[in-house]
Design a protein around this ligand. Sequence first.
Ligand code: FFO
Ligand code: ATP
Length: 201
Amino acid sequence: MAAPHTSSPSGLPESDPPALAAAKADLRRRLRALRAAAPLPGAGATLVRRMADHVRAALPPGGCVAAVWPLPGEVDLRGLCAVLHEDGYGVLLPRTPPRGQPLSFHRWCPEATMCAGRFGTLHPDGASVRPDLVFVPLLGFDRRGFRLGYGGGYYDRTLAELPGVPAIGFGLSAQEVPAVPVGPYDVPLPFIVTEREVIRV
Ligand SMILES: Nc1nc2c(c(=O)[nH]1)N(C=O)[C@@H](CNc1ccc(C(=O)N[C@@H](CCC(=O)O)C(=O)O)cc1)CN2
Ligand SMILES: Nc1ncnc2c1ncn2[C@@H]1O[C@H](COP(=O)(O)OP(=O)(O)OP(=O)(O)O)[C@@H](O)[C@H]1O
């Protein structure tokens, strides 16, 4: 892990200050426990339908949409990947690099061979493709558009390299909190889709 006070070329510290990192870790633990305790029947399928509607309204077929292959406990987006592929969209999934680097996105199709990656992730083989729209997984979120993930800082780094590409958070409404603790690299998302609503920030 980088020393807390090491500086990056931008002048910002390379990692969150210890108190902020601890607050995020504590909230992550609570949100994981909450997610495991209260699965909402049908909520995942409703969320996936809303996400597909969002893509159809935002992007013509042929555009490339970055989704994620599910990790245990998460909403399963495999149905979304299949439906978008059938509609003629390019479906991309992230490959997880070593910590500190941005994600790369690779084209998926139903016949794709999935390769095992870091932290139990699976990704398709092949060249990296720039997405036209990125769905961002949320462990927690608030109404200001701030999010909490698994703590790799992967999406913050990835979105920083994709200026102008629409980023849409997705999660279940039960994952909403009053205020996610934020640091200098946390950029709010303009849209968050849940099974209940689309939050426009
Ligand atoms: N489905 C899915 N794919 C994704 C993400 C995600 O949130 N969901 N990612 C979003 O960035 C990236 C993978 N990021 C990850 C970063 C850290 C851990 C991780 O640390 N997992 C272990 C250890 C946690 C710990 O530190 O205690 C774990 O979950 O037990 C997992 C994934 C790319 N792919
Ligand atoms: N663009 C960036 N450049 C340098 N460091 C960053 C950047 N984005 C995030 N970080 C650092 O990475 C660490 C993890 O970030 P954070 O806790 O926000 O992860 P997360 O958003 O929960 O994870 P993920 O994006 O992988 O789902 C923090 O110390 C944060 O300061």
